[in-house]
Design a protein around this ligand. Structure first.
Ligand SMILES: CC(C)(COP(=O)(O)OP(=O)(O)OC[C@H]1O[C@@H](n2cnc3c(N)ncnc32)[C@H](O)[C@@H]1OP(=O)(O)O)[C@@H](O)C(=O)NCCC(=O)NCCS
Length: 199
């Protein structure tokens, strides 16, 4: 994503598994998120230097939020679905990290449209028909950045503003989290997936 700021992000596409069911493809996506995180560690090291946390294992807190098991580690975020995994590490001084991805043909878009019709989010100047999933991925990225679960359908988060689309269909959106904090999130459609990264 050209417009991302604040995070070192890498995406990884698992090799296709012949005849694999959705569960196996999701498992491959989860593995891909660890490959992506390893690549993000290498990129972080190349940009900002070697640090002890780069060799620490990833653990999860009580809500499932991931972190490096090291007191000086930056924030991280992971996402995975069938066919894609992503890993993100906050740059020095950046307090949070959030990323999300979903298949562009994911079911549930009509439910998201209904929610957005009630909230007014459907009247924002979205740049394409993928907007329900852009909205959803942006909210999920913010939930991860907050490291705190929200309501199941994300009604307690709100996309307050969308910016004009940039090159390659990248569209930045402004999200108010369920904890009342403002986040800028970069969304894009990349191949068969919609992706979102907190900026
Ligand atoms: C946390 C949540 C947003 C994850 O999203 P998802 O689309 O289901 O799954 P993704 O593949 O994108 O992300 C999974 C990763 O998120 C991370 N994660 C899980 N819980 C998390 C939390 N509370 N905070 C931050 N990251 C979390 C984990 O690293 C997990 O991968 P791992 O278990 O392999 O390490 C989801 O579990 C959820 O919906 N939780 C509760 C309800 C909620 O908050 N809904 C928000 C709607 S906008």
């Amino acid at each position: 994503m050209p417009a991302e700021r604040g995070l070192v992000v890498r995406w990884s596409t698992p090799a296709p598994i012949a005849g694999a069911d959705l569960r196996a493809r999701r498992a491959a996506g989860r593995l891909a998120s660890r490959v992506a995180l390893a690549e993000a560690i290498a990129a972080w090291r190349a940009a900002f230097g070697d640090a002890g946390w780069q060799r620490a294992p990833v653990v999860h807190d009580a809500t499932g939020a991931p972190r490096f098991d090291h007191p000086a580690a930056p924030a991280i975020a992971l996402t995975h679905t069938a066919g894609l995994g992503g890993g993100a590490i906050a740059m020095p001084g950046v307090p949070h990290a959030g990323i999300d991805c979903e298949p562009a043909d994911a079911r549930g878009a009509s439910a998201l449209r209904q929610i957005a019709a009630r909230s007014g989010e459907d009247r924002l100047e979205w740049c394409d028909d993928a907007w329900p999933l852009r909205m959803w991925c942006a909210k999920e990225a913010v939930v991860k950045a907050e490291r705190s679960p929200a309501d199941l359908l994300g009604r307690s988060l709100r996309v307050e503003r969308v910016h004009p689309a940039g090159a390659g269909g990248v569209q930045r959106v402004e999200v108010r989290s369920h904890l009342g904090r403002a986040f800028s999130v970069v969304t894009e459609v990349a191949g068969a997936h919609v992706r979102a990264v907190t900026a």
